[in-house]
Ligand binder design. Structure first.
Ligand SMILES: [Zn+2]
Length: 308
């Protein structure tokens, strides 16, 4: 079972069937995402409708360094924040539980995130792309080796900003030095992966400094890249297996950690969607409504697009 992703070119051509499939595939998880934040079904349905309209309107500017799901959730997140801001007469902390997930907002608004502003040491764009690549390589390699505890520990440290002393207790490790050892070996491996791809760039000296214990480096760039690129998010079928009770041992340890400790908002939305199969009738109504509104936009902009 693989996760379906749409054909961006067909979406850009405003083809009805491709957009229909997008709506069928993503309505449920977008609704789950919005509902977790607004706590209100009616408003969440409006947010989903606006999100899909926004997706149709913005598809010509789709940035291929992100996945389509990231694109969609980025819009959904902004619509949700807009809604919460409008409602803010009461004391709602907008985006409170999204801390550590600044990337999508930056992508969708083009604005600078707080961590981009406080970043002490600037990695070049190219070095950040390479950092993302080697982190992804590392995650895949670790997953293939079934080293799920290691994956949890590194995600906690790198993506969650955990300290060694919190981490060893959470995982019943011997002591802090066990965590430090895992971190040291991971950084060393990252440096090897970086060296294979390229030599002599600023990323290598950066990783060397992190290896020598400069925690600040991990706190900004690595954390941001990890969360922005969703490097460790399990594919949807892993979440489906968890919901069905078919996930065991290592993968279960990691997927639970990712949901319950890291509270990844995108995976939680997928999980909620999968866990509420009894909402089918409700979802169908929303789907009808969304399709009606996007069809109008699709047809009004068909054969449009830049340069046409
Ligand atoms: Zn995730």
């Amino acid at each position: 079972m693989t996760d379906w992703t749409p054909d961006i070119e067909r979406l850009q051509q405003r083809l009805d069937d491709e957009w229909l499939r997008v709506e069928r595939e993503f309505c449920g998880r977008l609704l789950a995402y919005a509902q977790r934040r607004t706590g209100d079904l009616q408003s969440s349905e409006d947010i989903v409708q606006e999100t899909l309209l926004g997706a149709v309107r913005g598809i010509d500017d789709f940035d291929k360094t992100f996945s389509f799901e990231q694109y969609l959730f980025g819009i959904c997140r902004n619509r949700t924040i807009d809604y919460l801001r409008r409602k803010k007469a009461r004391t709602i902390q907008v985006g409170e539980d999204d801390e550590g997930f600044p990337g999508l907002e930056a992508m969708a608004t083009g604005g600078e995130t707080p961590s981009a502003i406080v970043r002490g040491r600037e990695l070049s764009f190219r070095a950040r792309e390479l950092l993302a690549t080697i982190l992804r390589d590392w995650v895949e390699e670790t997953w293939e080796q079934s080293e799920f505890l290691r994956l949890c520990v590194i995600e906690g440290l790198f993506a969650g900003g955990w300290r060694n002393r919190d981490t060893w207790k959470r995982f019943d490790l011997r002591d802090e030095t066990a965590v430090a050892g895992i971190k040291f070996r991971a950084l060393k491996r990252l440096r090897q992966l970086a060296a294979v791809r390229e030599s002599g760039n600023d990323l290598l000296s950066y990783l060397a400094a992190a290896e020598e214990g400069d925690q600040r480096l991990l706190d900004v760039d690595v954390r941001q890249v990890w969360n922005e690129k969703r490097l460790s998010c399990p594919a949807r079928h892993w979440l489906a297996r968890l919901v069905a009770g078919n996930l065991k041992e290592g993968p279960e340890l990691f997927v639970r950690f990712h949901l319950e400790d890291m509270k990844c908002p995108w995976c939680l939305a997928n999980h909620d969607d999968l866990a509420s199969a009894d909402r089918d009738a409700e979802l169908q109504l929303l789907l009808d409504r969304v399709q009606e509104s996007t069809r109008q936009v699709l047809h009004s902009t068909q054969r449009g697009g830049p340069g046409a």
